[in-house]
Design a protein around this ligand. Structure first.
Ligand SMILES: C[S@@+](CC[C@H](N)C(=O)[O-])C[C@H]1O[C@@H](n2cnc3c(N)ncnc32)[C@H](O)[C@@H]1O
Length: 276
């Protein structure tokens, strides 16, 4: 690929999806985009780039963005955030919300659904929340991954990664060589295609935001902008969960780390209540 075309594509990806490609990632771009070009009968990536430059082919742009994004996810990824959510977040937030008995939760890069469904399974099993209403929203840039999430069909490999066997038995049924998540759990999550670079505040307000393993792909100003926007979408005691390699430190002072809970932040930084 011509270096000028690499520059064009990396700039376009940064603008449209936030993805930052360092200068040595030409091989990655070529590997991921070659199938997109082939599928459309284009001779090579220079043709693909010229098409993007000269036409308003939204379908091609979307295919390019989706080919470049990492969609990897698994149930109860890193375990601790889900234990924290159950043992600390719920006991900290519920006492001040007994009038409405409602919690709004956003999985901001939901990918194929394992993250919001892990939260839904935690809630489904918790007797403390009987009579409560949970609005769980899963968003992602890619509508293709959200389609998979909605169907809730996972391979043996996918259910083996992180999902406790008792939850597999309880909430999944085998469909040929796949496993389908129970309709009642699927119904707890609604999905919406949404780009985090867009005006996310139109999504409303949330008591808990899981924004895990997506900021890592963005440059610092983009991370700061998204984190600041999120801080305006939460009450002071709302809790933000980031991925293991992500932090707010050096990016914004609107969120404070919650003492003792790695990767969990709130606006007031209040210490969490101990598990009851
Ligand atoms: C690595 S997955 C993380 C999934 C899940 N949060 C987890 O931790 O397992 C990253 C997801 O972020 C999505 N993504 C990337 N850029 C995005 C953007 N600008 N807006 C919304 N989602 C984006 C990708 O499509 C992908 O599904």
């Amino acid at each position: 690929m011509k270096p000028a075309n690499y520059d064009f594509l990396s700039k376009l990806l940064r603008e449209k999806s936030g993805l930052v490609l360092s200068e040595d990632k030409m091989y990655l771009l070529e590997n991921r985009l070659a199938p997109v070009a082939r599928k459309r009968g284009m001779a090579d990536l220079d043709v693909l780039t010229d098409t993007l430059r000269t036409s308003a082919d939204a379908g091609l742009l979307s295919d390019v963005i989706q080919a470049m994004t990492v969609n990897e996810s698994y149930f109860f990824r890193d375990k601790t955030p889900f234990n924290t959510f159950k043992q600390h977040t719920l006991p900290a937030l519920m006492p001040t919300r007994t009038a409405k008995k409602e919690l709004r939760i956003w999985s901001a890069a939901a990918s194929t659904g394992q993250e919001p469904y892990s939260l839904a399974m935690v809630l489904k099993q918790d007797i403390r929340v009987a009579g409560w209403r949970f609005d769980i929203l899963g968003t992602d840039l890619s509508s293709a991954v959200l389609e998979k999430a909605k169907v809730g069909l996972y391979s043996q490999f996918e259910v083996q990664r992180g999902l406790p066997i008792d939850l597999l038995v309880k909430y999944f049924k085998q469909v040929n060589d796949m496993w389908q998540l129970d309709a009642a759990i699927r119904a707890m999550v609604r999905y919406k295609t949404y780009n985090l670079l867009e005006n996310i505040r139109t999504l409303g307000t949330f008591d808990v935001i899981f924004c895990r393993n997506v900021l890592i792909y963005f440059d610092p100003p983009t991370k700061t902008k998204i984190l600041n926007e999120m801080s305006r979408m939460m009450p002071p005691d709302g809790q933000l969960f980031l991925g293991g390699a992500e932090t707010v430190v050096g990016l914004t002072d609107r969120f404070k780390p919650i003492p003792g809970q790695r990767g969990v932040y709130s606006i007031n930084g209040t210490a969490l209540k101990a598990a009851s």
